[in-house]
Design a binder for this molecule. Structure first.
Ligand code: SAM
Ligand code: SF4
Length: 324
């Protein structure tokens, strides 16, 4: 969807926008559940890149302890625990610029994916830049989706990252698409970008062909020691508007209310679900950042009467997903 249309949508009165996004949501997702994804950092800190928001960049003193690639057994045990807590998608993130075929670390990732994919959850990885060879092998190993966020608009991107380019991000996404893996791609708001930057980001996401299967919308988690440590919180209505526009522009995507939920009230989160969000990161930790307690999330979703994606409902086919 082009920028002008996104701009018109975004700037209409809030309740008109929400009514429209709700209609699109019901058309495509009526009766479907909220997906719960669990996220594990499999390699933490010490990253060569200088992303201004990221606590894992080696360019900043953030107090994050570096950890090498976790052993397979630790990852498997975390994946089993996530499944036991109800996660239906398990995402593994690595603080790397990227990975290359033929390296020991890539072989270890492939082996990990083969094992985790036996557990019956969707498997998502976020490993930074990859090319065609890596994408094909990851898919063959059992990866369902590759996360690679474009994070913001092309114009704003150089203000937050200097060690790689926006085009590098897009090139990875294209390699993922060619391999047949699903693309999970979204961005961060609250880094000092304008509303137009956010809409340019949505323009690019919505014009990918095919559109991303999943679109995480992160609110900046301010990380001490990073250049964005003192950024003010995102206004809830700005977030709701962006989610609503994302729902309209990318109707079949899971729109994920991702990082930053600890700074959003329960009422604010409810508003986001109403506007079109239908996926959350679930579990007490998000890579290195805090996340609401899993029990609090289940309580909130139940109180709202939202269906929660679980192994039971996933496996019982259309009957389990009857519309309300
Ligand atoms: N290194 C890989 C990469 O850059 O794609 C994967 C890990 S990286 C931590 C994954 C995503 O987490 C980033 O693209 C960004 O959207 C999100 N993220 C990282 N730090 C964040 C923060 N402080 N607040 C909100 N989102 C953040
Ligand atoms: Fe590294 Fe990814 Fe963090 Fe950027 S966002 S510093 S690439 S871990």
């Amino acid at each position: 969807m082009n920028f002008d249309r996104l701009h018109t949508l975004y700037h209409q009165p809030l309740f008109d926008l929400i009514s429209r996004s709700r209609a699109v949501h019901l058309e495509h997702w009526r009766g479907k559940s909220v997906q719960r994804c669990s996220l594990l950092s499999i390699k933490t800190g010490g990253c060569s890149e200088d992303c201004a928001y990221c606590a894992q960049s080696a360019h900043y003193s953030t107090g994050i302890e570096r950890e090498d690639l976790l052993p397979l057994e630790r990852i498997l045990s975390a994946a089993k625990q996530a499944r036991a807590q109800g996660a239906t998608r398990f995402c593994m993130g690595a603080a790397w610029r990227g990975v290359h075929d033929g390296t020991d670390k890539f072989e270890r990732v492939l082996e990990t994916v083969r094992e985790v994919s036996q557990l019956g959850m969707e498997v998502c990885v976020t490993l930074g830049q990859i090319g065609d060879d890596e994408a094909v092998k990851l898919k063959a190993a059992g990866v369902t989706a590759y996360n690679h966020n474009i994070d913001t608009s092309p114009d704003f991107y150089p203000r937050i990252v200097s060690t790689h380019t926006f085009q590098d991000r897009v090139d990875t996404i294209r390699a993922v698409q060619r391999s047949g893996m699903s693309v999970c791609s979204g961005g961060i708001i609250g880094m000092g970008e304008s509303v137009d930057d956010r809409l340019h980001m949505l323009e690019i996401l919505s014009e990918f062909d095919p559109q991303p299967e999943s679109v995480p919308i992160n609110c900046l988690m301010t990380m001490p020691g990073t250049p964005l440590a003192d950024a003010p919180p995102v206004d809830i209505f700005d977030l709701v508007r962006l989610i609503a526009v994302a729902r309209i522009a990318i109707p079949r995507a899971r729109v994920r209310l991702a990082a930053g939920r600890t700074r959003i009230t329960r009422e604010g989160q409810a508003f986001c679900f109403f506007a079109g969000a239908n996926s959350i990161f679930f579990g007490d930790k998000l890579l290195t950042a805090e996340n609401p307690a899993a029990t609090a999330d289940v309580k909130l979703l139940r109180e709202l009467g939202l269906r929660i994606d679980s192994h039971e409902t996933r496996n019982c086919g259309p009957a389990g997903l009857v519309s309300r």
